[in-house]
Design a protein around this ligand. Structure first.
Ligand code: PNS
Length: 158
C-alpha cells in the first residue's frame, strides 16, 4: 500500500491546500494529512478546529485521514508507515524554505523523500494568513476557502 503524508499548519485549510490534497490523494492509496501541534506558534484556530475543517472539506475523498502531530515530521511519517512527504510549491518564494525543510528531513531520515506538487496557478497567491487577514476585515473569503467552513472562519475572527 502506497501512503503519503501531507503536513502543514492549515490555519485554516484553503482551496490551495484542497487542490494539493485532491491531486496527492490520486497519487497514493492513503494520504495522511498531518496538522502540526506547535505550542510556540499560537494559531487562530485550535488544532482540533483545523482538523475538523479538514475532515469537513475532504468528506468526499475516501482515502484521506486527518491526524495531528507533535515533534519531528519524519518521526510522524515513520509512525504512520509512509516514506513520502508531500508539499505544495506555490511560487519561487516558497522554494528556499521548502528546499531546506526537504533537505533537513532527508538528512534526518535518508529513506524518506519529499515530493513537490506545484500549486494550481489559480491559488499561487493564496495562504492561510491572507484568509485570516481578509476575514478579519470582513472581506469576502468565498474565493479562498470551501463554503462549508466560511461561517466558522468569520465567527472566529469576529
Ligand atoms: O504549513 P506550514 O506551516 O508551512 O508547515 C510546516 C511544517 C509543519 C511542514 C513544518 O514546520 C514541520 O514539519 N514541522 C515539524 C518539525 C520538524 O520536523 N522540523 C524539522 C524540519 S526543519
Amino acid at each position: 500500500m502506497r501512503k503519503g503524508i501531507y503536513p502543514g499548519s492549515f490555519d485554516p485549510v484553503t482551496f490551495g491546500h484542497l487542490d494539493i490534497i485532491r491531486r496527492a490523494s490520486d497519487l497514493v492509496d492513503e494520504l495522511v494529512i498531518a496538522v502540526l501541534r506547535n505550542n510556540a506558534k499560537k494559531g487562530l484556530f485550535s488544532v482540533e478546529e483545523r482538523m475538523e475543517f479538514l475532515e469537513r472539506v475532504t468528506e468526499g475523498i475516501s482515502n484521506v485521514k486527518v491526524i495531528s502531530f507533535d515533534g519531528l515530521l519524519v518521526d510522524c511519517a515513520v509512525e504512520y508507515g509512509t516514506h513520502t512527504i508531500i508539499r505544495g510549491l506555490r511560487a519561487v518564494t516558497d522554494f528556499e524554505y521548502e528546499l531546506q525543510l526537504a533537505q533537513t528531513n532527508k538528512r534526518l531520515r535518508p529513506d524518506i523523500d519529499t515530493v513537490f506538487l506545484t500549486t494550481n496557478v489559480q491559488y499561487a497567491y493564496l495562504s492561510s494568513s491572507v484568509v485570516r487577514e481578509i476575514a478579519g476585515y470582513g472581506g469576502d473569503i468565498s474565493h479562498f476557502v470551501p463554503e462549508c467552513i466560511i461561517k466558522d472562519v468569520y465567527k472566529k475572527v469576529k
